[in-house]
Each structure stands twice: as structure tokens, then as C-alpha cells.
Design a protein around this ligand. Structure first.
Ligand SMILES: [Ca+2]
Ligand SMILES: [Ca+2]
Length: 296
């Protein structure tokens, strides 16, 4: 038997390692099933294999290094699984391999290029690849690399008014251009991998995304997952954080004052929001409280 084709068969479970007994196999097609688990390293002993298609399954783990022994392999389709990296170096250097589809998986790096022959078809779209890998691959004939999945995790960050926050993306690469957006509106001054906002106010609340483009890998824009920044309003003067302004806070501010005038750990103690805690804050808070007939 040199051909095994079981496409669209609702097959589940793993690829049995006994597959290695079919030593004459040249064509192995298991497309569109529900096969899960790892690709068995034993596949690497099918020395006559020319065409391996495992697309549209639920395979996980890495491509076994043993597959770098498949010297007859011409076609390798592993697209639409959940396979992750690293990709063994040997695979891309197989002498006859001309058609590779690794799209729709979870690869985040490509192997370092030594010398790779041109491919007829080399599809790596919809993985987690960044410019760190792609800059050196863009000139490989046959490569298709755009789009890629957004990087990072979608998160919500809750932070107090008056504090600062720094956004950061890491997409590797040496030739990147960064542009941050807030609620889909461009932030003109935010054109680096990091973007800091000092002294946050409630108007900074919103969704922040970075778009990264690259001078070499010109087909691709990498997007960061949105970070929702929520700036908590602060009740200034509420130095003990109980949401009530009273004389307890006056004493609390005096305590901050007795420490260091210019370092504010307790943002709420800066009643007049001028960036430092001093006697003015105490006097202004006392003035405010006296109008409310609080007792001292
Ligand atoms: Ca208080
Ligand atoms: Ca102050």
C-alpha cells in the first residue's frame, strides 16, 4: 500500500505510532477529521513519504524533529490545527519539499535561515509570527505571511487617577513602525514600542491598540490585542481611602507631610492636585471641612 486517504471521516483520537509499519506509504491524507494529540515521531521513519496532509484536525504540540528525515517529502500540509513552535530546522531544508502549509496554527517563531531553496508554496498566515522571524523570511520565494494573529492578551487595567501607565508591545524586528490608537483614533505622539501616560485622568479611560508595520515585511500589519484602561476617579483629600472626607484625613495628610514633601505614595493626600503634598493641602482640606461644619 502506498496511499492512505481517510479525508472527511470523523476520525478522532491520535495518529497511532504503528503508522510506521506502512513503510511503503508515499501519500498519507487525513484531512478534515477530529484527530488530536501529538504528531507521532514515528512518522519520520516513513522514508518513502512524498505527500503528507493532516490539515483541519485538532493536532497539538510541536512538529517532531524526526520529520526532518523525510527526504522524499514534497508536500507537507499541517494547516488548521493547534500546532506550536519551534519548527525543527531540518524540515525547511528537506531537499524535495516545495509545498508547505502551516497556516492557522500557533507558531510564534520560524527557524533561523541557513539556506532555504525557493518554495512553490509556503503558507504561514494566521499564526503568532512577528517581525522578529519574518524580516529574514520575506524574500523566500513562495512565502505568504499576512495576516498574523493579534499579539498579547486582551486585558482590562484599572488604575488610579494621577498615577502613570506605560503600554508596551514586543514584535521583534529591526525595521518597525509603531502607531498607537485610543478608541480607534490615532494618538499622534505615540509612535514607539512603548507609550506612557503620566498623571492619568478619567479622560484617558479607553481601549488602546498598537498597529506595527515593517519596512521589510511590507505585506503585514501586526495588531496588539486591546488593553482597556480604566482610570479610577480619586476623592482628593481622602488620604485614608475610606471614601469619606473628614478630620481623620487631615491627620493622614500630616503624616504624609512628615515623610517627604516631594514623593507622593498617597496620591489622594495631594488635595489641590499640584503634584506635591505640603501644608497647603492641609489648610485647604481644613477650610473645606470647616464649611461643612466638621468638628476639629
Ligand atoms: Ca477619608
Ligand atoms: Ca498639593
Amino acid at each position: 500500500m502506498n496511499r492512505l486517504s481517510l479525508n472527511l471521516n470523523q476520525l478522532s483520537g491520535r495518529i497511532p505510532k504503528e503508522i510506521s509499519r506502512f513503510t511503503n506509504l508515499e501519500f498519507l491524507y487525513l484531512i478534515s477529521n477530529k484527530i488530536n494529540g501529538l504528531i507521532p515521531p514515528e512518522l519520520g521513519s516513513l522514508s518513502k513519504l512524498k505527500d503528507l496532509r493532516l490539515s483541519k484536525n485538532e493536532l497539538t504540540g510541536q512538529i517532531p524533529a524526526e520529520m526532518g528525515n523525510l527526504n522524499k517529502l514534497e508536500v507537507l500540509f499541517l494547516d488548521s490545527n493547534k500546532i506550536s513552535g519551534p519548527i525543527p530546522n531540518g524540515i525547511l531544508n528537506l531537499p524535495n519539499l516545495k509545498n508547505i502549509d502551516l497556516s492557522f496554527n500557533s507558531f510564534d517563531t520560524l527557524p533561523e535561515i541557513v539556506s532555504i531553496a525557493p518554495f512553490s508554496f509556503f503558507n504561514v498566515v494566521n499564526n503568532k509570527l512577528t517581525f522578529g522571524s519574518l524580516e529574514s523570511y520575506v524574500d523566500i520565494q513562495g512565502i505568504k505571511y499576512s495576516p498574523q494573529l493579534p499579539i498579547g492578551e486582551k486585558t482590562t487595567i484599572s488604575i488610579n487617577q494621577g498615577e502613570s501607565y506605560t503600554f508596551f508591545v514586543d514584535v521583534g524586528g529591526q525595521h518597525n513602525h509603531y502607531q498607537w490608537y485610543k478608541d480607534e483614533v490615532i494618538i499622534p505622539e505615540a509612535t514607539d514600542a512603548s507609550y506612557s501616560i503620566n498623571w492619568l485622568t478619567s479622560t484617558d479611560t479607553g481601549d488602546y491598540i498598537c498597529h506595527v508595520t515593517n519596512n521589510l515585511a511590507t505585506d503585514l500589519t501586526i495588531y496588539s490585542q486591546p488593553i482597556h484602561l480604566y482610570v479610577n476617579k480619586i476623592l482628593y483629600g481622602d488620604a485614608n481611602g475610606d471614601n469619606i472626607l473628614n478630620t481623620v484625613d487631615v491627620f493622614e495628610i500630616l503624616k504624609v507631610l512628615s515623610g517627604n514633601l516631594y514623593i507622593i505614595d498617597n496620591v489622594a493626600a495631594d488635595y489641590d492636585q499640584d503634584g506635591k503634598v505640603d501644608i497647603t493641602d492641609v489648610l485647604q482640606l481644613m477650610e473645606f471641612l470647616s464649611h461643612r461644619n466638621d468638628q476639629f
